[in-house]
Design a protein around this ligand. Structure first.
Ligand SMILES: [Zn+2]
Ligand SMILES: [Zn+2]
Ligand SMILES: [Zn+2]
Length: 129
């Protein structure tokens, strides 16, 4: 999946293994920096507006071990690519990810059991016996 480059604004940015790089210009950044760059330069947010962490604009990707690499694109029309990860290059629609009520992390809805993620659900079941 190609993202809009924070530097040249062409949709030629790819993300893989924790790095985002653009084939149209020389932009290359670590995932977390690229996520912040996308918020400021592409979504037009002020640096102070950007919230990192739970309920913020930059979140943890359910695919990736690295933290703060997933952008929650709340701009109008952003629903097709609501969540963009600058670590693995995946995108999700808004309904494809949900926040686990137990751990507060964003998870794929296919990995959820009710309102909890599978990991928290298993932990709960185990602690009950
Ligand atoms: Zn570029
Ligand atoms: Zn990811
Ligand atoms: Zn959980």
């Amino acid at each position: 999946m190609m993202f809009t480059c924070p530097e040249c604004k062409a949709k030629t940015l790819t993300a893989e293994d924790g790095w985002a790089s653009c084939s149209a210009c020389s932009y290359e950044e670590a995932a977390e920096q690229a996520a912040i760059g996308f918020c400021t330069n592409v979504l037009g947010m002020g640096a102070k507006e950007i919230q990192v962490g739970q309920d913020g604009h930059i979140l943890n990707c359910p695919n990736c071990p690295d933290e703060n690499t997933l952008v929650d694109n709340r701009s109008p029309g952003g629903d097709d690519e609501r969540y963009l990860c600058f670590c693995c290059g995946e995108t999700w629609k808004s309904h494809a990810l949900a926040c686990c009520v137990e751990c507060g992390l964003l998870k794929k809805t296919t990995d959820m059991v009710g309102e909890a993620c599978a990991g928290c659900f298993r932990g709960k079941v185990n602690s009950d016996d």
